[in-house]
Design a protein. Structure first.
Lengths: 115, 111
């Protein structure tokens, strides 16, 4: 697609439920990133994919968080047994392998509210 | 752990004024980026600086990378209401993948 697409744009869930957030990166971008942005805060790195593999998962806040990427394209971030502190905007970004480090193209984010 | 500190955290000015925001770190970065984020949207890349001492201009915006590649500044001349937004600096290292973001400077330009 022309840009990074994320869905849903807004998700309200009850504490304890599982949620899935989806990211469709720019076509041809092999690198994909998930960040979390809490209200008024900067971006917290969660996980990075190069192709389908994730070299570093240490940014995931807890074992309730997982992410996968299939076919080198779409990625899903899953949060199990959601907690109120999981409420945030989850941003996905992509860039082309070998492109300038740090030059990321972001989606509009998925705003998660856990009641 | 590499950290980026931005100052000020919040800035409210009148249209036509000049302003400078800062991004500082104790770590060296291969490159540093500035992004602008508007409510309900993702950050949008404004510029990348890679050489110590480098200065880049983008219309009324001037970006500078410190000589030691640990800090950067963004200067806006004659601010306009359309400049309102969250300005984020980010640092990256060649061959690395973890781009580190500062907490941002929230700019509000009043008409």
């Amino acid at each position: 697609g022309a840009g990074v697409s994320q869905s849903p744009s807004n998700k309200v869930t009850e504490k304890g439920k599982d949620v899935e957030l989806r990211c469709d990166p720019i076509s041809g971008h092999t690198a994909l990133y998930w960040y979390r942005q809490s209200l008024g805060q900067g971006l917290e790195f969660l996980i990075y994919f190069q192709g389908n593999s994730a070299p570093d998962k240490s940014g995931l806040p807890s074992d309730r968080f997982s992410a996968e990427r299939t076919g080198g394209s779409v990625s899903t971030l899953t949060i199990q047994r959601t907690q109120q502190e999981d409420s945030a905007v989850y941003l996905c970004a992509s860039n082309i392998a070998g492109g300038p480090a740090g030059e990321l193209f972001f989606g509009e984010g998925s705003r998660l509210t856990v009641l | 752990t590499q950290l980026l500190e931005q100052s000020p955290q919040f800035l409210s000015i009148q249209e036509g004024e000049n302003l400078t925001v800062y991004c500082n770190s104790s770590s060296v970065f291969s490159s540093l980026q500035w992004y602008r984020q508007e409510p309900g949207e993702g950050p949008v890349l404004l510029v990348t600086v890679v050489t110590g001492g480098e200065v880049k201009k983008l219309k009324r915006l001037t970006f500078q990378f410190g000589d030691a590649r640990k800090d950067s500044s963004l200067h806006i001349t004659a601010a306009q209401t359309g400049d309102t937004g969250l300005y984020l600096c980010a640092g990256a290292n060649t061959g690395g993948f973890k781009t580190i973001f500062g907490a941002g400077t929230r700019l509000f330009v009043k008409a």
